[in-house]
Design a protein around this ligand. Structure first.
Ligand SMILES: [Zn+2]
Length: 93
């Protein structure tokens, strides 16, 4: 049993698929990664389920192009914000 936010799982998957390649992010530290995920998730509607079966079912429903493009758009905005204002000194300073 557990409480799952399907949106969070999808955002994390999309983030890793789109940005895990070295060089895609100015900084890929844990702090910046979590800031990016938090910003994106705050702009997307959460969708909670209470069982793993519900999680798998809802997640399958969510793999539609519109939602994926919403997620990628919010991630791109969040990446720009965090790269412009990292919450630690810039790399190399
Ligand atoms: Zn960083």
């Amino acid at each position: 049993m557990g409480l799952y936010n399907v949106t969070e799982a999808l955002v994390k998957e999309a983030f890793h698929a789109a940005y895990e390649e070295p060089g895609r992010l100015q900084c890929a530290c844990a702090r910046c990664t979590e800031d990016i995920l938090a910003l994106a998730l705050n702009h997307l509607r959460p969708h909670y389920v209470s069982t793993e079966a519900g999680f798998a079912y809802v997640k399958a429903q969510y793999f539609n192009p519109q939602l994926q493009s919403d997620i990628l758009r919010e991630l791109a905005v969040a990446v720009q914000i965090v790269e412009a204002h990292p919450r630690h000194p810039a790399v190399g300073e």
